[in-house]
Design a protein around this ligand. Structure first.
Ligand code: FEO
Ligand code: CA
Ligand code: CA
Ligand code: CA
Length: 641
């Protein structure tokens, strides 16, 4: 989600970090010198366009579908020859004993067993019993946030109105955060969900354990949990990752929205501010539940903002907050196994002027020893990125006692370095970025893509080579090139190189927009957020809030990452009005693409009674429902090729 836009329930102005020197006035030199690998230049809508329909010329792109046209309406759109199916909607049955959804008779008890709100990250996990088939597996889906004004009658549009939610409605909202595990199967009629034994909901009240350096820390203790090791639930679950051992990492992002910290609250005001926990929450929760009121429970916010590991294959497993990976507004946690067997987890902290991180495990992953892998994420080193203007990337370790990470600077131990990773990253001089969202390795090339949604607050004097535009409202995509060792990308290395992959925005309209020169008038994008890679190594980029910045619906765009079509973006999917596209996920065979269509109808003035769209049901009494869709090709075959 976007926490910085006026139509969103925010209140979060973003706090520019301190102590991080910004390298200035450098960009133009680097951009013009390197000419953006692959011959990119300022793009100028070069492909032929069919009016109101498909762009005709493919140019050097390797994808073969007929590109759709930018637009904005109540429905979603795909190229000819592709179909989508609504697989899981808010309120659909997840647990086998879940009641059918009744929008006029909602309860927390029902929501705890039904598909949550605002689906985001999607992972497809093959079932060993199904032989690893791409037609039968588990979906893990995140539920990022709730919109009371679209979920419940009588609330009305806007963020002020949402604060009027009742205790019952607030409990439903808390039950609508978290994640869902759902067994899915593809048959002759398409995809279906199954009420299988794996199906479960994880919510804002599911018992959860804490492990790693912050477990049991005095600043993790509350009146309900004097041990600092047992947290009720996971909240604000945005993107995530899958570990090599088959567990899911779900990432707690905009947790500031859950808490209210009145000025009189006491506690650590500087750290509350650093994590943008403000006087007002986005939700009514602090009025109804003491733990969200920082005046009553000063440490509860420290228990959120983590990466949470869940074993989707064991419905009785207890989710674990892996604190070694740091606490911030986690977008994602993308795992890759390094040549020496250590696991590297790339992470973005999604806020303006925040950082890109990676965690490197101390020990190697052992495919033959599940027990040994169980706590692999508890031991290792968190690093934060410094992007040098000469194309060098330095990974700075965040280790207590090293450099400025000392008690004198407010970090008493490694638990506090993890808990206040933003502070630690400020101290070591990380590079403040334009809202890091997904940070994902391309499994074909080993290059790592950093999706930067944008940062309209960046001033000209704050530009650097990796964030080259002031007032960057459209965002950009960076590419990290790890060094190689024994012919393989060395993700654990202390340094890497970086390049700009594309600069988003409307070519010829928005200063500095850059794609492959053959990009069509439909291929430009605004506000890249999540990404996924297909079997050819192409990048599929989902956008967040292009309606506010460019007046078009959010969509899913694909571009080659190598070859003559590199950075030639093409529009594949257009979302319904108000919706953000999240969680792109391919089945291993590449023939199904799952997408989360998040917050359809979230638009100025839109409410339960009068929503901007009623997608996907279009039933007169049903508000829009965030949903996961499954996209396939008529007659089968890999998506995009
Ligand atoms: Fe929840 Fe950073 O998007
Ligand atoms: Ca976002
Ligand atoms: Ca996101
Ligand atoms: Ca992703």
């Amino acid at each position: 989600m976007d926490d910085s836009d006026s139509i969103r329930a925010t209140g979060d102005a973003g706090v520019p970090p301190t102590g991080a020197p910004t390298i200035a006035e450098v960009i133009a030199r680097r951009l013009s010198r390197r000419a953006l690998l692959g011959g990119m230049a300022a793009a100028v809508g070069a492909a032929a366009m069919g009016r109101g329909g498909a762009a005709l010329a493919l140019g050097p792109a390797s994808t073969t579908f007929a590109e759709i046209a930018h637009g904005l309406d109540e429905r979603d759109h795909l190229p000819e020859g592709y179909r989508s199916q609504v697989l899981l909607r808010w309120g659909d049955r997840v647990a086998p004993d879940a009641p059918a959804f009744a929008v006029d008779r909602q309860s927390a008890a029902a929501q705890e067993r039904q598909f949550g709100y605002n689906c985001d990250y999607v992972a497809f996990l093959p079932l060993p019993a199904a032989g690893g088939s791409s037609d039968h597996g588990l979906l893990f889906v995140n539920h990022e946030y709730t919109i009371a004004g679209l979920m419940f009658p009588g609330i009305g549009p806007g963020r002020e109105a949402a604060l009027a939610a009742s205790a019952v409605q607030s409990a439903i909202e808390i039950a609508a955060h978290g994640g869902s595990v759902v067994e899915v199967r593809r048959g002759p009629d398409g995809w279906r969900t199954t009420a299988g034994r794996y199906n479960r909901r994880i919510t804002g009240t599911t018992p959860t354990l804490v492990s790693g350096p912050a477990a049991g820390h005095p600043r993790m203790r509350t009146s309900a949990d004097p041990t600092g090791r047992h947290v009720l639930g996971t909240l604000s679950n945005c993107a995530g990752g899958v570990t090599p051992w088959g567990t899911v990492l779900t990432c707690e992002e905009n947790i500031n929205g859950c808490f209210a910290a009145p000025r009189s609250a006491g506690g650590d005001a500087a750290m509350l501010r650093r994590y943008t926990i403000a006087e007002r929450a986005w939700y009514a929760w602090p009025r109804h539940f003491d733990r969200f009121d920082v005046a009553r429970e000063p440490h509860e916010p420290n228990r959120f903002g983590w990466v949470v590991e869940i074993d989707p294959y064991d419905p009785a497993s207890v989710p674990v907050k892996r604190t070694a990976l740091g606490r911030f507004k986690h977008e994602c946690a993308s795992c890759v196994v390094d040549g020496d067997g250590r696991v590297v987890v790339y992470q973005g902290d999604d806020q303006r002027f925040e950082y890109v991180y990676k965690f490197v495990t101390r020990d190697a992953w052992d495919p033959a020893d599940a027990a040994r892998n169980r706590d692999l994420l508890d031991h290792g080193t968190l690093h934060v990125a410094r992007f040098h203007d000469d194309g060098r990337l330095e990974w700075l370790p965040l280790v207590h006692g090293q450099g400025p990470l000392t008690a004198a600077n407010g970090l008493a131990d490694q638990g506090e370095v993890a808990m206040f990773a933003r502070r630690a990253a400020d101290l070591v001089g990380a590079t403040p970025m334009d809202r890091p969202e997904d940070v994902e390795p391309n499994p074909v090339t080993g290059r790592v893509y950093v999706m930067l949604t944008g940062n309209a607050n960046r001033k000209a004097s704050q530009r650097d080579a990796a964030n080259p535009r002031a007032d960057n409202r459209h965002g950009h995509v960076l590419e990290i090139v790890p060094p190689t060792r024994d012919g393989r990308p060395d993700h654990g290395a202390a340094e890497a190189r970086w390049e700009i992959f594309l600069l988003a925005g409307r070519p010829g309209v928005d200063a500095g927009a850059r794609y492959h020169p053959a990009t069509s008038s439909e291929g430009w994008l605004s506000r890249p957020d999540n990404c996924a890679f297909d079997r050819e190594g192409r990048i599929w980029m989902a956008t967040d809030d292009a309606g506010a910045t460019a007046g078009v619906a959010d969509g899913l765009y694909v571009a080659d990452t190598t070859g003559p079509g590199r950075a030639l973006a093409r529009l594949f999917y257009q979302a319904p009005i108000g919706a953000e596209v999240t969680g792109p996920c391919f089945t291993p065979d590449g023939t199904t693409l799952f997408l989360s269509v998040q917050h359809p109808g979230q638009w100025e003035g839109s409410s339960f009674e009068a929503p901007a769209t009623r997608w996907p049901d279009f039933a007169p009494d049903m508000p829009p429902r965030p949903s996961v869709i499954a996209i396939t090709r008529d007659g089968g075959g890999p998506i995009g090729s």
